[in-house]
Each structure stands twice: as C-alpha cells, then as structure tokens.
Design a protein around this ligand. Structure first.
Ligand SMILES: Nc1ncnc2c1ncn2[C@@H]1O[C@H](COP(=O)(O)OP(=O)(O)OP(=O)(O)O)[C@@H](O)[C@H]1O
Ligand SMILES: [Mg+2]
Length: 580
C-alpha cells in the first residue's frame, strides 16, 4: 500500500482540482430538480410567465456551467489514472530489471508481461472510474437523500430501504465474482505463454508442420479464458438489471403513495413529487455507478495482488554498493584468476538436487579452460556462478583471489564478458548491438572486435555495414553470424574473464580456428572459459574440465584426459568417427 501511496502522492494536487470541479458539477446538477419544482408549482400552476422564463434560463445557464466543470473533472481523472499507471509500469519495469536469474525463474516471462500490461490497464480503468464517478456519486447520493428527506420522510425511508437491500445484493455479487476475475488474469498469463512460445518458435513449428497442434493448444487456453470471462461478467453484470428493478419499484411506490398525498392536497405538491422522483432516480443511478465502481475495485484488487508479488519479491543478488576498506576496493578486479572451492549449486536450493558440484578448480589469469560434458551436465550452470548470475549453494567462487560476493556486482559483471548459449541481439543496428558492451565505442574499436570475432567481412558485405538493422532475436542474421556478433559484443568490453558458452557451435571448423587464434592471442591475460560440444573446440585449451552430472569427472590437458577420462575419450573417439 505504501508503494502505491508514494506513487499516488504526486497526483494529489490534480485530485484536489478534480474534487473541486466535481463538487461544482454536483451542486449545479442537483439544483435542477429543485428549480424544476419551482417552475411547476410557482410558474405553471400560478401562470407566472416571468418565473417560468427566468427559472428555465437559470437552469440552462447552470447546465452549461455544469458541463464545463464536468469536462474539466473528466480531464483531471483521465490524467490522474494514466499518470499513476505510468508510474506503476515504470516502477515494475525497474524492479524486473533488478531481478536475478533466480527471480526470473520464479515468474514466467509471459506472466510478467501480462502483469505489466493487462493488469496495470485494469487498474487504470478502475482509477479513471473512481476519480470520475467515485467522488461525484457519493456527493450525489448524500445531497439527493437530504432533499428526499426534506420533501417526504415516508417516501425517503422507502427509497433508503430499497438501497439497503441492493447494497447486500451487490456485496454478494462482488463476493462471487472477485475470485473469477483473479482466475481470468491467470488464464490470460497462460494464453500469453502459448502465444509467446509459438511466435518465438514459429520457424520450428512450421518446419515440424505442428501448426494444428499449436492451434489446438491455443484453442484450449482461449476457450478457458472465454468461459472464465463469461462467468465472471455474467455474475457481475446482474447488478445493472437489479438496480433498474429497484428503481422501478421505487418509482411505482413513490408515484402511488406520493400521488395520494398530492391528491389529498397536502404540502407535497405536484412539483415536489416530480422533484422527488428526480432525486430518487439520481440516488439510484448513483447507486448503480457505485456498484460498478465496487466491482471494478474488486477486479483490480486481483491485479494489485499480482503486482504486489513483483514489488515484494526479494532480490537475492542485489546491485548493492560494497564498502571500500583500506586493503580492498570492491570495484576493482585485479586479474582474471578464478577459483572454485567446493562450489555447489542447485536451482531449487536443495542439496539433494545439485545441478553443479562440488567443484574444485584453480584457474590462473590468462589461462584457457575448456569445459565439456553431456547435455545437462551442468556446464552453463557452473560458469553462471562466476558473474553471479546465480549464487553457490555452498562453497565459494573466487575471482582475483576474492569471493565474488565481496565485489560490487556491477564491477564484477563489467569485468566478465559472457556469450550465453541462447544469445540474443536486440532490435537496432549492428553498431548499437556491439555498443551494448561499451557505450562510447568508436567505429575503429567496433571494427577491431568484429575482425577478432571473424565478423568483419560479413558485416561489411552488407550494404549498410555497421548500420545494418538486426531485429529482436536477431532473425535477420544467420545463427553463426549471430554467434560472432555476440562474441564481438563481449570482446569490446575488454573483459578480464571471457565466457563462451557453446558460442562457436554454429561456426565451421576453419572459422572457429581463426576466431580462437585471434582471441587466444591476447596480451592482456584474459582468462577464457570455452564450453563446447566438439572436442576440437577445446583440445588446445590449457586445461579441460570434464563434467558428468554436475560433478567433476576429470581436469587435465587433452593428452592427459585421453589417458585418464573414459568420458572424454569416448566423446573424442565418437567425434573422430564423425570426421572420418
Ligand atoms: N533455469 C533452470 N531452472 C531449473 N533447472 C535448470 C535450469 N537450467 C538448467 N537446469 C537444470 O540444471 C541441470 C544442468 O543444466 P545446464 O544448463 O547447466 O547443463 P549444460 O551442461 O549447460 O547442458 P547443455 O549442454 O545442454 O547446454 C540440468 O539438469 C537442467 O535441467
Ligand atoms: Mg548449457
């Protein structure tokens, strides 16, 4: 709540303007039935044309002023709701940016998208309604009720009794519909998941001719969303007929009982009766709006809950500034040496289900470390511990002889270049993408890393060279080109540690050899971790780590491993057969 209040605080001045406009609008609107009674009783009945003309002119003028204030109030409420939701979206997006990999694993990506778009949109609709009608309606109800009681106590009590019955029905409706709205948002997450997966993998879907399967999968989710929507809105929409029914009962009773009073010639005149009908209609219509608002609030409370889950998420690896001491500066990583000391890691924080470890390995600055092992053997998981994409469950990972947790996270990551297994290019030019690694990089620097990554020739064979546009996901370049651009993006950071996670798998052996020659020949003692499926990619490394089911099978040079590791030898022999 504190979070939303801090965002809403900014809108208070505009809210005050909104309230003022609404109060003027209500006062002018509520005066209308009152003036109407004067025309009927003093003008028409007594045939006083002056009163008829003057009062109807006043009514006209008041109507014009009322609409001006009403439009102004509407403007304020639209601005308040949109600005408030703009801030919510901004804060949620910022929060997601601070998420660790583990936090991202907890939420499904499509669910995050639904929350930041659809959920916030429902809150926006609710806010518009509350700031527009939520303030006006109670005022109208109070003023209308006061006038009704002044005009006729008995009839006012009847209207009030109908309102109380309606009130209970609306509470019941909210109680029934609220959980259904929550389910609807979850169903929307599901449908977005299918859409994202399908569109992201549309090429795979097409190449496997799985369109029908995907259509069926989508249809199931779509049916569920439709059915939940029908049920939620069926329940909540009963309120409109219910209130109209209440209004009709009131009118019948008012005209029946009030009509008798008028016929008897009491102080309850025709004009007052007509005003009373007007006031009771205003009160009941206001009631209708209140129920709409209440349903909207209950619907958006489901959205607030879902957003709160993001806001309250504990960031397990936060970007916090570490204190500098006399003998240690947490923003300085002296060299690229790495040490794993009994390091274990589990995605589920369960020491029975380790993805990695325990791993013990010492890597000197400037060494080249190959990592091999079957799929799922923990290669990617192990290297993700170095830039703290995940933290160890037990044991330690040291960089430059200090625990990685001692460093400022930003400094640590700035010194480590990671080319992930599923590398992504972002919408923009090739230059923009490479500059991700170094914002102020010059074209000369960019071309130099492109040359190192064996990407210079193909980039400059494009008509637009560095200005060539690549789309999100990098679909306009080939897999191998994308890998080389991703390597260039990491190289431009001039990292002390470079991690290549299966980053050369799409390259032909010759290009890979050239690329490796370029990056291995570094004067700056960059430590390189190279994960590969092909033994030929790692056989010239200083040390090769063989992982088996998360555990270290062996560490050694190519020759040593051929002698000592049956897993390595088997991989080598099988791959050699492929070559022969
Ligand atoms: N985000 C995740 N959440 C939960 N489990 C995961 C996650 N990523 C990987 N795993 C599991 O952890 C284990 C190690 O996976 P990892 O990705 O490190 O293997 P890998 O050796 O890199 O495999 P590959 O050669 O296929 O890339 C596997 O059992 C995998 O199922
Ligand atoms: Mg992997």
């Amino acid at each position: 709540m504190k979070f939303y209040y801090s965002l809403f605080k900014k809108q208070i001045p505009l809210l005050l303007v909104d309230i003022f406009c609404l109060m003027v609008d209500v006062a002018l609107e509520m005066a209308q039935p009152f003036l109407m009674a004067i025309i009927l009783d003093e003008g028409i009945k007594k045939q006083d044309f002056n009163i008829i003309w003057i009062v109807s002119a006043i009514m006209l003028a008041m109507a014009i002023v009322a609409i001006l204030f009403s439009v102004l109030a509407m403007n304020c409420s639209v601005k308040i709701a949109n600005r408030f939701c703009y801030d919510i979206r901004k804060q949620i997006f910022h929060k997601i940016q601070t998420f660790s990999f583990k936090n991202i694993d907890e939420f499904e990506v499509p669910s995050l998208i639904t929350r930041i778009t659809s959920d916030v949109n429902i809150i926006r609709q609710m806010m518009t309604m509350v700031t527009r009608a939520g303030l006006k309606v109670p005022l109208m109800m109070i003023v209308g009720s006061v006038f009704m009681f002044i005009y006729n106590l008995k009839l006012a009590a009847i209207v009030l009794a109908v309102c109380v019955v309606l009130c209970f029905s609306i509470i019941f409706i909210i109680y029934r519909s609220s959980p259904k709205f929550q389910k609807m948002q979850v169903a929307l997450d599901d449908i977005n998941q299918v859409i994202e997966e399908d569109i992201d993998g549309i090429r795979v879907v097409k190449s496997f001719v799985r369109e029908d399967h995907e259509i069926n999968k989508f249809q199931t989710k779509n049916d569920r969303l439709m059915n939940l929507g029908i049920r939620a809105f069926q329940v909540s929409s009963i309120n409109i007929p219910l209130i109209l029914f209440g209004a009709n009962i009131c009118n019948a009773l008012i005209l029946g009982l009030g009509g008798i009073d008028v016929a008897k010639g009491t102080s309850f005149t025709t004009g007052r009766l007509s005003s009373f009908v007007n006031f009771s209609t205003i009160v009941l219509m206001a009631f209708n709006m209140v129920s709409g608002i209440a349903i909207n609030i209950s619907r958006s409370s489901a959205c607030f809950k879902r957003l709160n889950q993001i806001i309250n998420v504990k960031i397990d690896i936060p970007y916090e500034k570490k204190e500098k001491t006399d003998d240690f500066d947490p923003s300085v990583i002296n060299d690229g040496s790495v040490e794993f000391i009994d390091a274990t890691f589990s995605y589920s924080n369960d020491k029975e289900k380790l993805a990695v470890g325990p791993v013990n390995m010492k890597v000197n600055a400037g060494e080249i470390i190959g990592i091999v092992g079957g799929t799922g053997s923990g290669k990617s998981s192990l290297v993700s511990l170095i830039p703290r994409l995940y933290d160890t469950l037990s044991g330690q990972v040291k960089v430059s002889r200090r625990d990685v947790k001692d460093y400022d996270l930003i400094s640590l990551r700035e010194n480590i270049g990671v080319v992930t297994q599923k590398n992504v290019l972002f919408t923009g030019t090739i230059r923009d993408n490479i500059k991700w690694g170094k914002e102020d990089a010059t074209d000369e620097e960019i071309n130099a890393v492109l040359k190192k990554a064996q990407a210079y020739d193909f980039v400059h064979s494009f008509n637009d060279g560095l200005d060539t546009l690549v789309s999100q996901g990098g679909t306009s370049v080939s897999g191998g080109q994308k890998q080389r651009l991703s390597i260039a993006r990491a190289l431009i950071k001039e990292p002390k540690i470079l991690i290549l996670d299966d980053s050369t798998s799409a390259l032909d052996v010759e290009t890979e050899a050239k690329l490796k020659k370029n990056i291995y020949n570094n004067e700056k003692k960059m430590t390189i971790f190279i994960i590969a499926q092909r033994i030929s990619s790692v056989m010239d490394a200083d040390k090769i780590l063989v992982l088996d089911n998360g555990k270290v099978d062996n560490i050694g040079t190519h020759e040593e491993l051929l002698k000592n590791s049956s897993i390595y030898r088997d991989m080598y022999v099988t791959q050699q057969k492929g070559v022969d």
